[in-house]
Design a protein around this ligand. Structure first.
Ligand SMILES: [Zn+2]
Ligand SMILES: [Zn+2]
Ligand SMILES: [Zn+2]
Length: 220
């Protein structure tokens, strides 16, 4: 990074300056012209706030799945008891939802683990049945999914749960969301069906979330 003194940054209307010297926590990072604070410290504090707001929301809803009592916070999701969560999420964002949960009377929101959330979606048909391949039908997709579940043993590899509504295809070494962006479900299903090299496995939604958080696969 190029060195820019506070004075130079100020005179050219930059937001940041960089001295190359560590902050009091030892980060060698840019600093804000406005406050002199280290950008890395700022990032860390704002991430902490995000986490603690989510924690506060989870605690106010009892910290366990209200349907099966699953308690690993990595797989717990905030659910709108009466539906409509997706729309609200778009309006408020994650931050707003956490705030709403903390400030709303009990009974509006509940915690569900990822598995119970899928089961609820299947039961209420909240699940978006549209496919990203226009030439294929929902039936096709279900047929392929059935074949996949059979091939991989109809069981979550980690916790051995067998409810097909919760089971998901997982890339053993991560990179699943990148592949989903690049190709459609059909080609992914096909490559999983013909794979022999242990590239894919079945995980339930809970184990999948926990794996993704633990391995930092989110957004990869
Ligand atoms: Zn710092
Ligand atoms: Zn549950
Ligand atoms: Zn599992």
């Amino acid at each position: 990074m190029k060195l820019i003194s506070l004075l130079d940054a100020k005179s050219t209307n930059l937001k940041h300056y960089f001295t190359g010297k560590p902050c009091k926590r030892g980060h060698i990072a840019k600093r804000f012209v406005s406050s002199g604070n280290c950008c890395k410290c700022h990032l860390i504090t704002s991430q902490k706030h995000k986490v603690s707001r989510r924690q506060a929301a989870l605690i106010s809803l009892g910290s366990v799945c209200s349907s099966c009592s699953f308690s690993n916070p990595l797989a717990l999701q905030i659910d709108h008891v009466n539906g409509g969560g997706g729309k609200e999420y778009k309006q408020l964002g994650q931050h707003g939802i956490h705030k709403a949960v903390i400030n709303t009377k009990l009974g509006t929101y509940q915690l569900l683990c990822a598995n119970c959330n899928w089961i609820k979606r299947y039961e209420n048909r909240e699940c978006n049945q549209a496919t990203d391949n226009p030439s294929s039908t929902v039936k096709d997709r279900q047929h392929f999914r059935q074949k996949l579940l059979t091939k991989f043993g109809n069981t979550c590899r980690i916790c051995k749960i067998k409810d097909p509504r919760c089971l998901q295809l997982d890339h053993v070494s991560g990179g699943g969301s990148r592949q989903r962006k690049k190709s459609n479900w059909y080609s992914i299903y096909k490559s999983a069906l013909s794979s022999t090299d242990g590239q894919f496995q079945l995980l339930c939604a809970n184990c999948n979330w926990i794996k993704r958080h633990t391995n930092n696969e989110l957004g990869s």
